[in-house]
Design a protein around this ligand. Structure first.
Ligand code: NDP
Ligand code: 8X3
Length: 254
């Protein structure tokens, strides 16, 4: 029987690439996101490229606690045996000094990156505990390790993810559940387009003069982490492009 992975935010970027990578490994996939047409398109691609894979698409907003609980609890029992949960759905909105930040942007980031991750985990973790098995991958960031100029609230949400990864690992240690905190640097996805509110020129500047990571690069790391023997857990992993030393130091060939 195929293993099962649930990936939040599978409609784009790291989440989509992870779905493809795990699909190719023979996982059955629960893919989630708010854009139904993207979920449908991914399901079709998975059918083409990963013949053995079955896919369940769930369309919901991770910020909506009631929706998260209703949709996930309605998943058929055979799909509740989740081996891998990838808490990936997340975003940055805005890049302003704290005194000029927009509170609506702050709330979107806090509600998605922290509360959304918690809502999903609160439903899935008890299923893992009951089976005394499972692997939670939290997509954190270099922003969860360091603070950079104008990153303030986004960095704070990712510091929270970093702390929650440690907390989850500690609390569920006795049930043999693995928790891996994945901290990427610059990955070229829709991330910057979202951060800069569809300003494509500003988004492109994020990656100018350097070779950023791709969603596939991060997915490959996740695929490796979940393929290790049962007794081995990668707890914490920072991955950057070669041109990036830390959250705020990038070498650009102009
Ligand atoms: P993308 O914007 O390409 O993908 C983000 C995904 O999150 C989409 O599938 C989106 O789906 C989903 N999502 C966002 N908000 C919600 C919501 N409220 N409810 C449900 N799903 C939601 O960005 P990335 O792939 O780059 O980002 C994935 C994760 O990686 C994020 O947590 C991000 O913080 C983190 N990260 C990204 C880095 C980068 O440089 N790109 C570096 C380090 C970490 P939909 O819109 O369909 O709901
Ligand atoms: C995304 C990477 O450096 O833009 O988490 O915060 S960064």
């Amino acid at each position: 029987m195929n293993k099962i992975a649930l990936i939040t935010g599978a409609t784009s970027g790291i989440g989509r690439a992870t779905a493809m990578a795990l699909g190719k490994e023979g996982y059955n996939l629960i893919i989630t996101g708010r854009r139904m047409e993207r979920l449908q398109e991914l399901k079709e691609q998975l059918q083409i490229h990963c013949g053995r894979t079955e896919t369940l698409s769930l369309c919901f907003d991770v910020r909506d606690r009631q929706a998260v609980e209703n949709v996930l609890n309605a998943v058929p029992q055979e799909w509740q045996k989740i081996d891998v949960l990838v808490n990936n759905a997340g975003l940055a909105v805005g890049l302003n000094p704290i005194q000029e930040g927009l509170t609506d942007d702050w709330e979107r980031m806090i509600d998605t990156n922290i509360k959304g991750l918690l809502y999903v985990t609160r439903v899935v973790a008890p299923w893992m505990v009951a089976r005394k098995a499972g692997h939670i991958i939290n997509i954190c960031s270099v922003a969860g390790k360091e603070v950079y100029e104008n990153g303030n609230v986004y960095c704070a949400t990712k510091h929270a993810v970093d702390a929650l990864s440690k907390a989850m690992r500690t609390d569920m240690l006795k049930y043999g559940i693995k928790v891996t905190n994945v901290c990427p640097g610059a990955v070229e996805t829709e991330f910057s387009l979202v951060r800069f509110k569809d300003d494509a020129v500003r988004a492109a500047q994020t990656y100018s003069g350097m070779t950023p990571l791709t969603g596939e690069d991060v997915a490959e790391v996740i695929r490796f982490a979940v393929s290790l023997p049962e007794h081995v857990c990668i707890n914490d992993l920072v991955i950057t492009p070669v041109a990036q030393a830390n959250a705020s130091t990038i070498f650009r060939k102009i």
